[in-house]
Ligand binder design. Structure first.
Ligand code: ASP
Length: 313
């Protein structure tokens, strides 16, 4: 299906070797989820919704799908607990909201949006974020909502190997190119407004209290109507040190680049400075879609200028 309206939308479900995608059936499972979620985003746009609404809708649906490392599919930390991070940003006025190290919340991206709209702050963490959730009457979900058999097995393997792993890492092969299953959504609506959202369970067997790039404005997420919208996935520490999302926005602003050139410049910087592992999705202010990654693959999909839906690794 394509539209008369000029909007663009991209989502990702993580980057890496995707060693767990060993057969066509698993591959199809990921791609179908991405496609379905993009179609929901399309509907939001067709019904006159904003870029912000579209990214919140898509990110929430990605959080609800247990194959992705966010929301109910979040990976477990060193204590076998879920600690999630999420952020959302509105390119109209650079307003942003983020939460870090939260648990028992089905959709951290929605809580991040509440931080943006219902508080005077940009980021709330841990206990403070949970109290804010109670204040906003966000329902808490029980711990077993998160504990999928795959996640428990993944943590056991990480502990056996005594290492911190990334989501869907092939624990038998000692691959450096692992899968980072964070989710993200970015959009430009027909009014030219940009928005971005990123949500994650982080990395397997991570230390209690570890926060990655995903909720850090400018690292794992960024949106500015004058430049672009960006969502990142990968080894968060690399992305924080390079402030990769804002770096791409700056390249676009200062050098007058489009989405593809900005993505290339950003990925080159990430590789050159920190040998960063992961990828980004980018939509520029004209609605051009682009993606780049240093890993073997990245699960992602896009609708450019209201056109067809594409999904790929
Ligand atoms: N960027 C996330 C983090 O470091 C991980 C991921 O992308 O899967 O927390």
């Amino acid at each position: 299906m394509s539209s008369q309206l000029n909007y663009s939308l991209m989502v990702h479900g993580g980057a890496g070797a995707l060693d767990n995608v060993k057969d066509d059936k698993t591959a199809m499972r990921y791609l179908e989820s991405i496609r379905t979620i993009l179609e929901h985003g399309r509907e939001v746009m067709e019904l006159g919704g904003s870029a912000l609404q579209a990214v919140e809708t898509c990110a929430s649906l990605l959080e609800d799908d247990p194959v992705f490392n966010a929301g109910c599919g979040s990976v477990l930390n060193e204590h076998g607990k879920v600690e999630m991070d999420a952020a959302i940003m509105d390119g109209r006025d650079l307003s942003a909201g983020a939460v870090a190290a939260v648990d028992n919340i089905a959709n951290p991206i929605q809580l991040a949006r509440m931080v943006m709209t219902e508080s005077e702050h940009v980021m709330l963490i841990a206990e403070g974020a949970m109290r804010f959730a109670d204040h906003c009457e966000v329902k808490r979900v029980p711990e077993d909502y998160f504990y999928t058999p795959d996640r428990i097995e993944q943590l056991k393997q990480a502990r056996r190997k005594g290492k911190i792993m990334l989501d869907h890492d092939d624990t038998e092969a000692d691959s450096e190119d692992q899968k980072y299953g964070t989710i993200g959504a970015i959009a430009m609506d027909p009014y030219g407004n940009l928005a971005a959202a990123t949500s994650t369970g982080g990395i397997v067997n991570k230390r209690l209290g570890r926060v990655g790039d995903s909720p850090i404005i400018g690292a794992g997420v960024y949106a500015d109507n004058e430049t672009c919208a960006v969502s990142a996935t990968g080894y968060g520490e690399d992305f924080m040190r390079t402030v990769i999302a804002k770096t791409i926005s700056d390249y676009i602003m200062i050098m007058g680049l489009d989405a593809e050139q900005g993505t290339q410049a950003g990925i080159e910087y990430l590789s050159r400075k920190v040998t960063g592992r992961g990828g980004v999705i980018v939509i520029d202010k004209h609605g051009n879609c682009s993606s780049g990654f240093t890993t073997k693959k990245m699960i992602h999909g896009w609708i450019q200028h209201g056109g067809e839906t594409f999904c790929r690794f």
